[in-house]
Design a protein around this ligand. Structure first.
Ligand code: SAM
Length: 276
C-alpha cells in the first residue's frame, strides 16, 4: 500500500518553495508523467536508484512508488524538510543528502548497479552526463541513466553522422553505450515552464571496444569537431600520429569530422592508443 501524501502544490506552498532560476528549478507535478519517467529504466522493485535534485519530491515519490530504494542529492536546503517527510512515509527507503551533485562520490553512496534517474537542473546536466559517461571502469557503477534534458541536448546525445547535432557528445555517449530519446516533454508540464521543449534520454552501457583509451578518443574528437568545417588533414594536424592513422585505416583526409561514424573514431583512437 502506498502512503497517502499531500499534493505537491501544497508542499510547495507550505514550505515556500518558489522556484529559483539559479538552481535550475522547474518542477513537475503531473503524477502520470512522473510515473511514466519512473518506468523508463524498467522494473524498479527493490532496485537502487540515485536521483539528482529531488526538489519537492515529485519524481522521488514516483520512484519510491515503483518500489525503489532511493538516494537523492539536493542542494536547496528548503527542500530538506519535505523530503524527510517522504523518508518517513516510505519507511526509510529514501536517503536524502544535502549537497552539490558535482561533488559527490556517487558509487560510494549508492554502490554498483544503481539506476540514475533525474529531472536534472539544466546548468549541471551536461557536466554530470559527461562525468557518468567517462567512468574509469566499464561497465560503469551505474546500470542505466534516465535523464531529462533540453530537447536540443537530447538530440546531440543520440545524433548520427552527417547531421548538425552530431559531435563530441554523440561520440562520447555512443562509443560504449546506447542512448535513445524515450519521449519528449512539453514545456507546459513544468512549473515554471522553461523556454524550450525537454526530452527524457535513456542510456544503457554496452561493451567497451578493446584497446581504446578514452583520453585519446576525447583528444581526437575535440580536435576534429573543434574545426568541424575543416578537412581532417587540417583539423587533426595537431594530434600526433593522427594523419598517419587516417592513412593506415583508409579514411580520406579530405573528409570532415561530421562524416565519420562513431566506429571510425573508435578505430582511430584504438590505432593511436596502441601507438603510445
Ligand atoms: N526533481 C524535481 C522535479 O522533477 O520536480 C525538481 C527538478 S528541478 C529541474 C532541479 C533540482 O535540482 C532542483 O530541486 C534544484 O534545487 C536541484 N539542484 C540544482 N543544482 C544542483 C546541484 N548542483 N546538486 C544537487 N541538486 C541541485
Amino acid at each position: 500500500m502506498l502512503p497517502t501524501l499531500p499534493p505537491l502544490r501544497e508542499v510547495i506552498a507550505k514550505y515556500g518553495l518558489s522556484a529559483e532560476k539559479a538552481l535550475g528549478q522547474n518542477f513537475l507535478f503531473d503524477g502520470q508523467l512522473l510515473d511514466r519517467i519512473a518506468r523508463v529504466p524498467g522494473d524498479l522493485r527493490d532496485a537502487s536508484v540515485y536521483e539528482v535534485g529531488p526538489g519537492p519530491g515529485g519524481l522521488t515519490r514516483a520512484l519510491l512508488g515503483a518500489g525503489a530504494h532511493v538516494v537523492a542529492v539536493e542542494r536547496d536546503r528548503r527542500c530538506l524538510v519535505p523530503l524527510i517527510e517522504l523518508t518517513n512515509a516510505f519507511e526509510g527507503r529514501l536517503t536524502v543528502i544535502e549537497g552539490d551533485a558535482l561533488e559527490q562520490d556517487e558509487a560510494a553512496l549508492v554502490g554498483r548497479g544503481a539506476h540514475i534517474v533525474a529531472n536534472l537542473p539544466y546548468n549541471v546536466g551536461t557536466p554530470l552526463l559527461v562525468r557518468w559517461l567517462s567512468d574509469d571502469s566499464w561497465a560503469p557503477w551505474w546500470a542505466s541513466l534516465t535523464l531529462m534534458f533540453q530537447k536540443e541536448v537530447a538530440e546531440r546525445i543520440v545524433a548520427k553522422p552527417d547531421t548538425d547535432h552530431y559531435g563530441r557528445l554523440a561520440v562520447l555517449a555512443q562509443w560504449r553505450a546506447a542512448p535513445r530519446i524515450a519521449f519528449t516533454v512539453n514545456r507546459a508540464a513544468f512549473v515554471p515552464p522553461p523556454k524550450v521543449t525537454s526530452a527524457i534520454v535513456h542510456i544503457v552501457p554496452t561493451e567497451a571496444p578493446e584497446g581504446v583509451k578514452l583520453p585519446v578518443l576525447e583528444r581526437l574528437t575535440a580536435a576534429a569537431f573543434g574545426q568541424r568545417r575543416k578537412m581532417l588533414r587540417q583539423s587533426l594536424k595537431a594530434v600526433p600520429g593522427a594523419l598517419e592513422a587516417l592513412e593506415r585505416l583508409g579514411i580520406e583526409a579530405t573528409r570532415r569530422a561530421e562524416t565519420l561514424a562513431v566506429a571510425d573514431y573508435v578505430a582511430l583512437a584504438r590505432d593511436l592508443s596502441g601507438a603510445r
